[in-house]
Design a protein around this ligand. Structure first.
Ligand SMILES: [Zn+2]
Length: 161
């Protein structure tokens, strides 16, 4: 699927659908598995140098616990999804699904612990590692950065009307 930037109207372009697990090109060696279709319901806004994605993304995945190495199911739900695509010089079109795919993979928790993310889970290897917990702070899962630029861009859109 390719979209010309010039075809994205000022009021935004609605884009919804599903990305099949195969589309993510992950192998069995990756620490992430896509467990089902990733659903997206987005509006795209085009500006001079960037396309902003705004909406909802829900990705059923399996993540690998960094402690016990078990895979566990997790729904990566982003009710207020925001991402951006930087338009290269002289670029006239792009595949929004490829951009979305890459941003979703970047947005998943980087160092998941199964017992922190599942309510009733006791990590089978947690005790073995508990004596090393002094640098626990460094491993805390950070929320995806809020893009100030996104809101600035949306404000600009509002001002134009
Ligand atoms: Zn674990």
């Amino acid at each position: 699927m390719e979209i010309f930037f010039s075809d994205i109207p000022e009021e935004g372009l609605a884009l919804s659908g599903k990305l099949a697990p195969d589309f993510f090109n992950l192998t069995g060696d990756d620490s992430i598995k896509i467990a089902g279709d990733v659903e997206y319901d987005l509006t795209l806004y085009s500006f001079d140098e960037v396309v902003v994605f705004s909406g909802h993304v829900a990705a059923p995945v399996e993540l690998q616990c960094v402690t016990c190495l078990d895979f566990f199911p997790y729904l990566a739900d982003f009710p207020s999804w925001q991402s951006e695509y930087d338009i290269e010089e002289k670029e006239v079109k792009f595949d929004p699904r490829e951009s979305l795919r890459d941003e979703i993979l970047l947005s998943l928790p980087p160092n998941p612990h199964c017992d922190e993310m599942l309510d009733d889970r006791v990590c089978p290897k947690a005790e073995l590692f508990s004596e090393f917990e002094h640098d626990e702070d460094a491993e805390e899962i950070e929320a995806p950065p809020e893009g100030d630029d996104v809101w600035g861009a949306l404000d600009q859109l509002g001002n134009k009307q």
